[in-house]
Design a protein around this ligand. Structure first.
Ligand code: ASP
Length: 436
């Protein structure tokens, strides 16, 4: 049996929802459906979730969200009219408006897009709707309660009728609504897939699966047919944004495959994400992803390698500031620490430097920005001679200066750091070296 999650573009218009209906009704294994809030209908449109955050902001500022709510109302009223939905959508919208005006956190507001989508889609499909708040649970400290949730979802595994669940949110022990991070409906889909012991978790979006690299940087890159869980983690952590990076955790417990599919081109097989790709004919490099916006702290100290506790003391300073570290390339007398910029925001750089100075008294310390990290990912590289040589030759030929190199012992990826200005050029050069 299959769990199918549909993203925002698949929910954006009546035409898209009718496609969803066709997809679901074409395969009786597709019994569990998870929906996002309606996304953008055209490039300058606003996602319903963003409107809902704006509604909450309006209520905080003016005491009522009525202005923004009328835009949200118009979208759902139109959607229901186009689909011929009989449910009294205005009654639901009144309830949402009242709830936002009475709420004290943005989460309730943000969650209502998924809730309303589920109301609409369950009627269109003739499926039952189960509110995510009744099955997706958080603990008192706000962390996701995986085991309680799994038990609650499992109760629906043998349901005769198809079920639609809203994505993105669940309930706290105090009954309030809490959302996952943005894009979290993917995570809900994975939770439901685990709970009902699905054979496959189909994640329906608006692209034909993962591509080897970012299509904004390389013209029509090749698609990825199969990907392992580990490769997916590496690629999504480094910026490949097709799927929420946490989606892997629930499904990997039972080894459930994820199939990324395109609602707007359902004949395409998409990308299959499996516990392992052993036995598949996969290329040496599976994907190339990267992100700009990294900070490097570089330290020098003579005889650093002999000073026991040096690294620990430096890392303790970062821990005290709540900073998590991306990479730590070291030399005999040097140590570099790479952090992503978004983490350091709000913490005065001088304070970090002074604290490190106080802890280890380096001969030299400097902080620099504008480092882009690129991850070249693939299990295949472990057994292929010359992968690194090919990468570095490609960068050399493109005139790119490499500022950092890091390869994990698992040989699943090679990370290179380059100046941000060389980022796009580097991705294209590496892609062409392997796939051009
Ligand atoms: N609607 C939410 C968002 O825009 C969650 C999701 O679509 O997965 O982030």
């Amino acid at each position: 049996m299959k769990v199918c999650k549909f993203g925002g573009t698949s929910m954006a218009t009546a035409a898209a929802i009718n496609r969803v209906k066709k997809i679901i009704l074409s395969d009786k294994e597709r019994r569990f459906v998870v929906v996002s809030a309606p996304g953008k209908r055209y490039s300058h449109d606003t996602k319903v979730t963003d409107l809902l955050y704006a509604a909450y902001a309006e209520k905080c500022e003016k005491g009522s969200c009525s202005n923004t709510m009328s835009a949200i109302r118009a979208r759902f009223v139109e959607l229901c009219a186009d689909l011929g939905v009989k449910a009294d959508i205005n009654k639901y919208l009144d309830e949402v408006e009242k709830g936002i005006n009475e709420s004290t956190s943005a989460d309730y507001a943000a969650s209502r897009g998924e809730y309303l989508s589920a109301v609409v889609v369950s009627e269109v499909l003739g499926f039952e709707m189960v509110d995510a708040a009744d099955v997706i649970k958080f603990k008192h400290d706000g962390t996701f309660d995986a085991e309680l949730t799994n038990d609650l979802v499992a109760r629906y595994a043998n349901s005769e009728k198809g079920i639609v669940f809203p994505g993105f949110y669940g309930r706290m022990p105090d009954k309030s609504i809490k959302t996952f991070t943005r894009g979290g409906s993917d995570f809900t889909g994975a939770i439901i897939a685990r709970g009902v012991a699905a054979d496959v978790y189909e994640n329906w979006t608006d692209v034909n699966g993962f591509m080897v690299t970012d299509p904004r940087l390389v013209d029509s890159p090749k698609g990825i047919e199969v990907l392992s869980y580990e490769e997916l983690r590496e690629l999504s952590y480094m910026g490949a944004s097709v799927l929420h990076p946490d989606s892997i955790f629930p499904v990997q417990i039972d080894g459930i495959p994820i199939n990324i599919r395109n609602t707007f081109d359902p004949d395409q097989p998409g990308t299959m994400i499996l516990p392992s790709t052993e036995g598949y004919d996969t290329p040496c490099i599976t994907g190339i992803a990267g992100r700009k916006g990294n900070t490097t702290i570089s330290l020098k100290k003579a005889m650093m390698n002999g000073e026991i506790g040096f690294c620990r003391k430096v890392l303790s300073v970062l821990e005290r500031h709540g900073l998590s570290v991306e990479h730590i390339p070291t030399g005999i007398d040097t140590m570099s620490i790479v952090l992503s910029d978004f983490q350091t925001k709000g913490i005065p750089e001088k304070k970090i430097i002074d604290d490190i100075r106080g802890a280890v008294n380096p001969d030299h310390i400097e902080i620099s920005h504008s480092l882009a990290l690129i991850a070249i990912v693939g299990h295949g590289m472990a057994n292929t001679l010359g992968t690194a040589a090919k990468i570095f030759t490609a960068l050399y030929n493109a005139g790119v200066n490499i500022r950092l190199i890091d390869q994990g012992s698992s040989e699943l990826n090679i990370i290179v750091g380059v100046e941000e200005k060389d980022y796009a050029l580097s991705i294209a050069a590496i892609y062409n070296a392997f796939f051009g």
